[in-house]
Design a protein around this ligand. Structure first.
Ligand code: AMP
Length: 159
């Protein structure tokens, strides 16, 4: 199994790079952001709990993230490997990922960190907001997402 995590601030291009990597290495793609937006669309309890936090640009609770990650991994027992986009975003999530990998008798083989200057992120995401239909691609929310990244996610890189 080959398991890769893509790390970086919002607007770094994780989604774009994911497309190349999943094709090249035949990985199963897990974007926690996409999974959450799907739950919101389906108006599940989980989606309802996450909705307002996402709209404010905050981080959804680790409990919710663990539930969707576990469910997705369990539903894909034959995967060649996983590509995690936007996960882990906190220390707790990093510990949990480690535990899940051990359970599958594998490990996280690579973590690829993509960096981009803050103002480039803001510009890119505001541009994307014109067509993405994502309510969190607006300047105030983008800045909050970047703050969450610096406060809670970036420190996970050391771990
Ligand atoms: P993304 O599509 O990765 O930009 O994620 C969009 C939003 O979903 C984020 O701003 C968070 O509110 C939430 N989210 C996605 N992944 C996570 C995660 N691993 N932990 C906490 N919140 C997340």
């Amino acid at each position: 199994m080959l398991n890769i995590a893509l790390f970086g601030p919002p607007g770094a291009g994780k989604g774009t790079q994911s497309e190349f990597l999943i094709k090249k290495y035949k990985l199963f793609y897990i974007s926690t952001g996409n999974l959450l937006r799907k739950e919101i669309k389906e108006e599940s309890d989980l989606g309802l709990a996450a909705k307002s936090i996402i709209e404010e640009g905050g981080l959804v609770s680790d409990e919710i993230i663990v539930q969707i990650i576990e469910k997705t991994i369990k539903n894909n027992p034959d995967a060649n490997g996983f590509l995690f986009d936007g996960f882990p975003r906190t220390y707790v999530q990093a510990f949990i990922l480690e535990g899940l990998m051990i359970k599958l008798d594998t490990s996280l083989n690579r973590l690829i960190s993509i960096d981009v200057p803050e103002e480039v992120s803001v510009k890119r995401l505001m541009e994307r907001g014109k067509t993405s239909g994502r309510s969190d691609d607006t300047e105030i929310v983008i800045r909050n997402r970047l703050k969450e990244y610096h406060d809670k996610t970036l420190p996970v890189l050391k771990y």
